[in-house]
Design a protein around this ligand. Structure first.
Ligand SMILES: Cc1ncc(COP(=O)(O)O)c(C=O)c1O
Length: 250
């Protein structure tokens, strides 16, 4: 099971390599190979197709890009029949089907999924570029900035069709500096969700990832200075102006 790109670090996992590892394990044990599961929430079905890279099952938080309007909570899986069938049966037994209204909202959202994801990705490229050049920013983990000699670059080019629109950046300093900036934003909303039409920003160390011990967070790059930004489909210039003014607060 891999979440790639991973939240909030944008770490990548090589899906072809995972499949190869699964095949190798399968050869050494009876009972078949372990299935390859991938959480594709970050790039969505528009920008990454894990089934083409050897995955057996792909999971989505439909709450995020697929729903796309921050008005529903849902999840979905797609994959090979032998893996999906037992999940469908268990869902039937437990009764966790979506209600009809939410299912209808997802169908409606899917009509604009590609448009929304492309526009958000275009905005994200401009916003990431602005942040990278800002003197108060230490690092931007936008996938488009992976250096050519980074082994993840080859993985990115092989399996991702875009850098997407959710990424993290570190301000110079720590939690205090991060909070000063976050509370000064006027357009970008301070919220832990992602993938909506509106831009969301969050501080993973004190919210989504606060359950991890600090040494672990620091080791995997979720430092107190890390801010996660999910870029929406607003005017990119408005987002950049908002970030510029908020950074002045530090
Ligand atoms: C990559 C990823 N997968 C799954 C989830 C869970 O999503 P949900 O809110 O729909 O339970 C999240 C939530 O942040 C996520 O970022």
């Amino acid at each position: 099971m891999a979440e790639t790109p991973a939240n909030p670090t944008n770490g990548l996992v090589d899906l072809a390599l995972m499949r190869e590892a699964s095949e190798q394990i399968g050869k050494r044990q009876s009972g078949g190979r372990p299935p390859v599961f991938v959480d594709n929430t970050f790039l969505g079905p528009v920008f990454q197709r894990p089934l083409r890279h050897g995955a057996d099952l792909v999971m989505y938080s439909l709450t995020k890009y697929v729903g796309g309007h921050s008005d529903l909570v849902a999840g979905g899986v797609v994959g090979i029949r032998s893996v999906v069938e037992p999940i469908k049966k268990l869902r039937g037994a437990l009764g966790t089907q979506l209600d009809p209204h939410t299912a209808w909202m997802i169908m409606r959202s899917m009509e604009t999924l590609s448009l929304r994801m492309h526009k958000a990705a275009q905005n994200a490229a401009a916003v990431a570029q602005f942040l990278r050049g800002h003197p108060k920013i230490a690092h931007v983990n936008y996938l488009g900035f992976l250096p050519p000699d980074d082994p993840c670059r080859a993985v990115f080019e092989r399996q991702c069709d875009s850098a997407g629109s959710t990424f993290g950046f570190r301000v110079k300093g720590g939690e205090a500096e991060a909070f000063l900036m976050l509370y000064a934003l006027l357009v970008i909303k301070l919220a832990v969700s992602l993938g909506g039409t509106e831009s969301f920003i969050s501080h993973p160390a004190s919210t989504t990832h606060s359950g991890l011990p600090k040494p672990t967070r620091d080791r995997i790059g979720i430092t107190d200075a890390l801010i996660r930004l999910s870029v929406g489909i607003e005017d990119a210039d408005d987002l950049i102006a908002d970030l510029r003014e908020a950074l002045d607060a530090i």
